[in-house]
Every structure is written in C-alpha cells, then in structure tokens.
Design a protein around this ligand. Structure first.
Ligand code: FES
Ligand SMILES: [Fe+2]
Length: 343
C-alpha cells in the first residue's frame, strides 16, 4: 500500500520519550526515536545498516544511538560516526535516513516525506492535552490490527456509538428520549474535513455523566480530520440551545499512524474543562475510554479487517449509507492526495 508521506504523523507522547530509544514501524518503515541531553528529539531509520539489527534495542551514548549488535554509532543526522572495530574506518553507505521532528502540545510529530516541505503550521492545535491549568485528562496508546482507513471510517461516522458503545462513550438507541434528534453536516475547508454530529435534547453519555450535571442538553461532536490521519473531536455539551462557553467540553485526540497495510498505531488523548482536580474522574474516564477503544472499537475493526482480507475496500462493493458521507469523502480525499504525491 502507498501511504501519504508529506504530512505530519504523531510519533508518541512527549512525556514518554527519554534517552531510552523507542521504535515504531510507520508507513512500513522502521523508525527509532530518542531524546538528546538538550531535550531535543531525534528520529532516524530504525534498522542498522550493517546486519540489520533493530536500533530500538540499542542505547544512547553521548547523544548517539549505538547498535546493540556490533556497536556502530549513528548521530541525529543518521550519519555513522563511530566504528569500534578494526581501524575504526567509517564504512561508506552506512548512513541512516533522518526525519524532521517537532514537539507540540505534548506530542511528538514526524514528517516522513520531503523534509523541505515540512511545515510546522500544518500541525493542528490541541492545547487541551498540555495546558493543565485549564484542562484535566489523559493520554494513551493502542495498536490496532487493521488498516488505518478503517479507523478513520469509524471515527468519521459516530452513528456507531449507539450500537457499539451504549455503556461507555455512546448511548443505546433505547435511551433516546422525547424530542431528541440528531443532525449531521460534513464540510471541507482547504484539505481539512469535518464530520459534525449534533445530538439535541440528549441525556449525557456515560462518559460525560462522570463530570456534568446537565441531565438533558445538546451534545456537539465535530470530528475534524487533518490528512492523512490526524483527528480531533472538539466535543462539548450544553444545556438545550445553550452557549458553548457555558457548557462542559470534552475534546479528544485520535492520532492514527499507518504501521503496515493491515495495522496502525492509535495515540489518543481526552480532556475535560471542569472538576480539574478530581483524579477519580480522570481514572474513571481512562477506564471507560479504554473499554470503548480497546474492547469495542479495536476489536470490531480488527474483525472487519479479517473479513475483508487484503481486498481493496471499494472493490468489495460495500453498501454505502447516508451517514457514510464523511468517511467516503475522507477516503476519496486521501486517495487524491496520495495520487498527487506519486505523480
Ligand atoms: S548490526 Fe549494527 S553494528 Fe552490526
Ligand atoms: Fe467508537
């Protein structure tokens, strides 16, 4: 599969990266990341050029990564700078690829395409993860055994929440009350796609119930996709027709990174703007979100992938519902960008 390369992908949460190397496969390539003494982050290809040992199993020595097998050392530009053997001659062709990295709002971002095109302004704002004066919440990670576009489908179409998540982040259709109704809009601004669901006259979901006293209100759930696969859900609940500023906000990050054709990384975060000092609420949010993402979403998406095998999604002629508009648009948009990058 061909992946979009000229875009930022999340490469982990800042708080988890130290001078101990961490390796990921991203876009079918091995990458290793570590932090230098001055705090800056290094990202280089993760396989040693000598006998192909995984550098993530090595260690950092004086800001250089040392291969765990025979001890070649590489610096942050990927250059091999030390050979402990023989005359110490640095062999030609021993260099690794290095990648542009940036830290923003508590996450690490990597650009795996043409580094001259790396534009930091393309990383969206998500201060609610790092601004602990105004927000409380948590970050997490899971690996999903499915193509990342199946996860984008899932997130662009929140109608699944009523069926898949009735006791966690959604509500059973049976819980719908009186004049509750849903509206959906899908729109594009530049290359940013928004799938915007609003649930009017709704009780809070079990997750919102943890920290809001609103018994019936309007839940806004604009899911914003920054291609290839960085997504932010700017969710909030108000009293019926109330102002956003008076409601409770629960924004979340859904940063997906293709690992291979049939697997991806999922870095998630969720925050709230009320009851900031209540660690029990944060723990309860973590438990519900963990159940929703791991036991519910990741599991069913993996089963969908297994049923699809390696077939192309559209070749399987899936039934398309009206509510799939955003997911289908996301697929078309992404394909167009990938095609433009190839040509
Ligand atoms: S495999 Fe890395 S130094 Fe030999
Ligand atoms: Fe879900």
């Amino acid at each position: 599969m061909v992946f979009l390369k000229n875009c930022w992908y999340c490469a982990g949460w800042s708080s988890e990266l130290t001078d101990k190397p961490i390796g990921y496969k991203m876009l079918d390539q091995d990458v290793v990341l570590y932090r230098k003494k001055d705090g800056s982050v290094v990202a280089v290809s993760g396989i040693c050029r000598h006998r192909f040992a995984p550098l993530a199993d090595g260690k950092v020595v004086d800001d250089k990564i040392e291969c765990p097998y025979h001890g070649l050392q590489y610096d942050e530009t990927g250059s091999c700078v030390y050979n402990p053997h023989g005359s110490g001659k640095i062999p030609p062709r021993a260099d690794l690829e290095s990648y542009s990295v940036i830290e923003k709002s508590g996450a690490i971002w990597i650009w795996m395409g043409d580094s001259e095109k790396a534009d930091a302004s393309k990383i969206p704002d998500f201060d609610f993860v790092s601004d602990r004066e105004n927000w409380s919440g948590l970050t997490g990670y899971l690996r999903i055994e499915a193509n990342y576009q199946l996860v984008i489908d899932n997130l662009m179409d929140l109608t699944h929440a009523a069926y898949l998540h009735p006791t966690t982040v959604g509500q059973s259709p049976d819980a719908w009350i009186g004049d509750m109704k849903m509206e959906h809009k899908c729109f594009v601004e530049g290359d940013i796609l928004t799938s915007d669901y609003v649930f009017f006259n709704s009780p809070p979901t079990p997750l919102l119930e943890l920290f809001t006293d609103i018994e019936v209100g309007d839940i806004y759930t604009p899911m914003i996709l920054y291609p290839a696969s960085t997504m932010i859900l700017d969710m909030y609940m108000t009293t019926p027709k109330g102002a956003k500023s008076e409601g409770v906000a629960m924004p979340s990050c859904h940063f997906l990174v293709p690992e291979s054709d049939n697997s991806c990384h999922y870095f998630y975060a969720i925050s709230r703007n009320v009851k900031l000092d209540d660690d029990e609420i944060t723990a309860a949010m973590g438990a519900l979100v963990g159940r929703a993402f791991i036991d519910e979403d990741a599991l069913i998406i993996k089963k969908c992938q297994e049923a699809m095998g390696n077939a192309d999604f559209f070749d399987l002629k899936p039934v398309i519902l009206e509510t799939d508009i955003a997911a289908v648009r996301a697929r078309r948009m992404l394909q167009k960008m990938i095609n433009a990058e190839k040509s």
